[in-house]
Design a binder for this molecule. Structure first.
Ligand SMILES: C[S@@+](CC[C@H](N)C(=O)[O-])C[C@H]1O[C@@H](n2cnc3c(N)ncnc32)[C@H](O)[C@@H]1O
Length: 296
């Protein structure tokens, strides 16, 4: 993140001058051969950079990074059920489809129609490294299948059930399963995770992933239902805003414990880590919750 802030700032200083560049609170996100400029000033409605200034910065960016073919400005943070961002074209090809590579796997994505971010890269490999051979995994909010495909490629699961409600995410997920040759290991499902679990995945899983902070706690009951004999591991991704001096990991583990307790489910043990900062004193945190009497 720091690298991408520094690069953007340096280019902006050269193109629009140091004074104005100081007002650009942004960073770069590069997905395949597409670069997205993300600005927190825009998110807060305080943007002082003119459209043509963004375009000039984008042109310069393309000169520096030869592999970047298209540059976009994120005009709104990720929103809505599908977690999509608003985008305005700045330079290069007017194209939002690309192939994004991570951990030796390839993912076709349309950054305007599906959620994707390189900032979950470490989590993808961390979770894959926890999966033991023969496990059944349910990924309740799978997007275009990054966790699911990487687990299938690296960890010899029995099967990964990969659910998303966005028809575009589902379509790209199917393509990505084929692209990476894991047709026998990843089963795509289109629909609401609660409904898909109720209808076909009750009592099947050793491990459940909930990588959607907005719904993870509300859908705890379905994650528990998906576990075989009510035992296994649930990975909760949560957003935690904390007071000064507070600990987001402790606060997230407490939230998970309370939610499970409310459902009469025993939390055997839990670990947590900060995934990324998402705002002033706000963090995305993952809690690995070992539920029931068996640790896994
Ligand atoms: C943060 S993204 C997932 C990121 C993905 N796991 C990755 O690693 O790139 C959350 C996803 O949940 C999906 N979603 C939202 N509500 C859902 C629901 N009720 N059931 C299933 N999927 C849902 C969205 O379409 C979106 O693709």
């Amino acid at each position: 993140v720091r690298w991408s802030m520094r690069v953007l700032r340096r280019i902006a200083e050269e193109v629009i001058g140091a004074d104005k560049a100081r007002r650009l609170w942004g960073r770069l996100e590069i997905v395949g051969d597409i670069a997205v400029i993300k600005s927190s000033a825009i998110a807060e409605g305080k943007d002082e950079i003119l459209p043509e200034e963004y375009e000039a910065i984008a042109e310069e960016l393309m000169k520096r990074f030869k592999y970047v073919r298209s540059v976009w400005l994120a005009t709104a943070p990720m929103t809505g059920d599908y977690r999509l961002r608003g985008l305005r074209h700045l330079a290069g090809e007017k194209r939002t489809v690309t192939v994004y590579k991570e951990h030796g796997c390839s993912f076709k994505v349309d950054i305007a129609r599906v959620f994707v971010t390189p900032r979950l890269s470490y989590e993808h490999s961390r979770i894959a490294s926890l999966v033991r051979p023969g496990e059944v995994v349910v990924n309740m909010f799978a997007g275009v299948g990054l966790f699911s495909v990487i687990i299938a490629k690296k960890s010899s699961p029995r099967v990964v059930h990969s659910i998303d409600i966005n028809p575009y995410a589902y379509r790209y997920m199917i393509e990505n399963i084929k692209l990476n040759g894991v047709e026998d290991l990843v089963i795509p499902h289109l629909g609401d995770a609660a409904q898909v679990v109720e209808e076909m995945l009750v009592g099947v899983a050793d491990r459940v992933l909930m990588p959607l902070p907005e719904l993870a706690l509300d859908y705890t009951v379905y994650a528990v239902k998906a576990l075989r004999d009510g035992r296994g591991t649930i990975h909760f991704y949560l957003h935690k805003r904390i007071p000064r001096g507070g600990n987001p990991v402790v606060s997230a583990i407490t939230a998970v414990k309370n939610r499970l307790g409310g459902l009469g489910v025993e939390l055997h043990s839990a670990d947590g880590r900060i995934v990324r900062k998402v705002g002033p004193r706000a963090y995305q945190v993952v809690v690995d919750a070992h539920v029931g009497s068996r640790t896994s």
